[in-house]
Design a protein around this ligand. Structure first.
Ligand code: GDP
Ligand code: MG
Length: 318
């Protein structure tokens, strides 16, 4: 989304001092948080997928103008933790909300169960004054439904606004609502930077995204990717990514007959990485089995997920 160079009208905003702060995107899986982040920041920073629960780690996108800088955190979806991975995801989401200046709760207008209940402000540190609810996907519902939902959210004590991350309807109004809630502060990052995460993070995310698109059923959820080697001083840049799966059978699927599947994953993700870094990349992919990694705290830790086993150390995942 293009940001106006300066704000005209809008009362005192033109003379206000620079504002800069963190906005955490919260909400259930699949409501459109990643799509919204990408629409706002204008680059493909976070994984967008029709499959649920794809955003496993925090990704910050930065939207800067000459009067503000918003640092977006795309927290993983809030969900009932059923096993270790989900608990790690939920922990990251709650931590993101506590650190943020504003919590932007995204709800899906086609699924009213995704809207925040009165208990949400307790989870987000009791600061309902800093919660903004974006009712997303309003392109899919009629005006009557949309207005009824907005009224319901306002009734629960939240600021609410209708948007469509897909058509970009309402996004300018959303920014107008967020800005006054940010602290007056100089920019924390250079104004021409769009993401705080290093390239290696995106490299592994792009490989995982290609896997999400190419593989079916339970396989995508059993995959996590890690950059194992990254040599920027070479031309092309050399990047090796390990695709971790949970079972031998999944490894076979990821590699494919004669290596055909992993080759496809490589082609797709290499192009994306190249367009991000603006240089040629040699991408090497390997598949490895890490048995039941998503259910074991020790293995999640080894993979770099921030996680604490229930009741302190030493316990196994349920
Ligand atoms: P997240 O899990 O909350 O990050 O959700 P995603 O951003 O991955 O989006 C989930 C699905 O909803 C994707 O298929 C998106 O294309 C779709 N989606 C997101 N926002 C909108 C919207 O405003 N309108 C419509 N029609 N679809 C949307
Ligand atoms: Mg997402």
């Amino acid at each position: 989304m293009a940001v106006e160079k300066s704000h005209e009208g809008g009362g005192a905003s033109a003379t206000d001092r620079f504002r800069c702060g963190y906005v955490a995107l919260a909400g259930r899986p699949n409501v459109g948080k990643s799509t919204l982040l990408n629409a706002l920041v204008g680059e493909h920073l976070s994984i967008v997928s029709a499959k649920a629960q794809t955003t496993r780690e925090r990704v910050a996108g930065i939207l800067s103008s000459d009067t503000f800088q918003i640092l977006f955190i795309d927290a993983p979806g809030l969900l009932e933790p059923r096993y270790a991975l989900q608990e790690a995801m939920r922990g990251a989401a709650v931590a993101a909300m506590k650190e943020a200046d504003v919590v932007l709760f995204v709800g899906d207008a086609t699924r009213p169960s995704t809207l925040p209940g009165a208990d949400f402000s307790r989870e987000s540190d009791g600061r309902s004054s800093h919660v903004v609810v974006a009712l997303n996907k309003v392109d899919l519902v009629d005006m009557v439904v949309r207005d009824a939902l907005l009224e319901e959210i306002a009734g629960a004590g939240y600021r609410a606004l209708a948007i469509s991350a897909l058509t970009e309807e309402g996004l300018a109004d959303l920014l107008e609502l967020l800005l006054p809630l940010l602290p007056e502060s100089p920019p924390l990052f250079p104004l021409d930077e769009s993401a705080t995460q290093p390239v290696r993070f995106f490299a592994q995310e792009y490989v995982r995204e290609a896997c999400m698109d190419l593989f079916q059923e339970e396989v995508p959820y059993s995959i996590t990717c890690r950059v194992d080697e990254f040599r920027e001083d070479q031309n092309p840049i050399y990047i090796r990514v390990i695709i971790y799966v949970e079972r031998e059978s999944q490894k076979g699927i990821v590699i494919g007959r004669g290596g055909s599947a992993i080759k496809k994953v490589g082609e797709r993700s290499r192009q994306r990485i190249e367009s991000l870094v603006g240089r040629r990349v040699f991408l090497e992919l390997r598949a490895k089995v890490l048995p039941a990694w998503s259910r074991k705290y020790a293995q999640l830790k080894q993979l770099g997920f921030r996680t604490t086993p229930p009741g302190g150390g030493g316990q196994k995942a349920p």
